[in-house]
Write a protein that binds this ligand. Sequence first.
Ligand code: ATP
Length: 323
Amino acid sequence: MLTVQNVSFAYNTQPVLKNINFTIEKGQHIALIGASGCGKSTLLKIIYGTLNVKEGELYWDSKKLLGPLFNLVPGEENMKYLSQGFELQPYRNVSENIGQYLSNFEPELKQGRVEELLEIVEMTSFANTKVENLSGGQKQRVALAKALAKRPELLLLDEPFGNIDNFRRSSLRRNLFRYLKRNKITSITATHDKTDILSYTDQTIVIQRGEILTQKDTISLYQNPTDYYIASLFGEVNRIQLSSFTTLDNKDTILVYPHEIKTDPNATIKVRVKNTYFNGNYYLTEAILDNTILFFNHPYKLKAPEMIRITIPDEILKNRHRI
Ligand SMILES: Nc1ncnc2c1ncn2[C@@H]1O[C@H](COP(=O)(O)OP(=O)(O)OP(=O)(O)O)[C@@H](O)[C@H]1O
């Protein structure tokens, strides 16, 4: 189990992380989300042990993590941190990079392990290619394989799929998280991409301006958002005044995602279409209701300033968290 207790941190005088507390059970996959600059990478580096913490303590099970002043080699031995820069050796080939820290005593074992890792990151055909000749996304995949090579107990991933095209991204994510679960490797993934989070993480930790806002299981965090900041990290979201959609005469507001708003010719609420944005299998439609902007998904391109009737399912109106 990873325990982070009362950790605060500043690079200079300005606090970057404030009184951070959480625990993570072994084998769990955690998403770390929050606006750019909120402190995600800093937290990963603190856990890995490359930044010195003066306030607070960290433990892996009962072992205290002492940080860079006490470790001869930077970083905790049982962890790997995959940073946004890749730290690969450009003049060596992909296999050599992946196997760099593996023992040479049993070459066949090493070879087998490198081949297994090449398959996970779908780079088998590049085994003998020099890293300097790879694209950014390919380098990222090699760095990932290298991070996995010595079977870390805790893998810290900083925007791990940032440079990887959509085509590869989905299969890589599936391969990686399946491998991690099967091998009971705990992971923390700092990301801005909701598709990294929703299918692959058990829990999500949300950071806002250096503080933990919540730590919750990912699905319920998404399905019943309690806070506009949190919901907007998953994409577009609407603040809906309940009195606009029900006969309730109160000022309660709920958060509703665009896909949850339906058009219905029999509905009573009319909105004026302002803009539409093509999104593949639907148009994200921007409309105006009582002087406020609202987003909903629609299968066709609606024409501004068309009036259209919309509704929100009763179940959402009844059960969604009031804010
Ligand atoms: N080496 C450094 N020296 C001084 N300030 C730093 C340093 N690294 C980061 N910061 C500052 O600390 C804050 C947190 O940065 P951090 O990189 O942890 O954010 P982040 O949430 O990972 O951002 P992003 O999502 O954009 O990667 C930012 O205000 C950043 O400018």
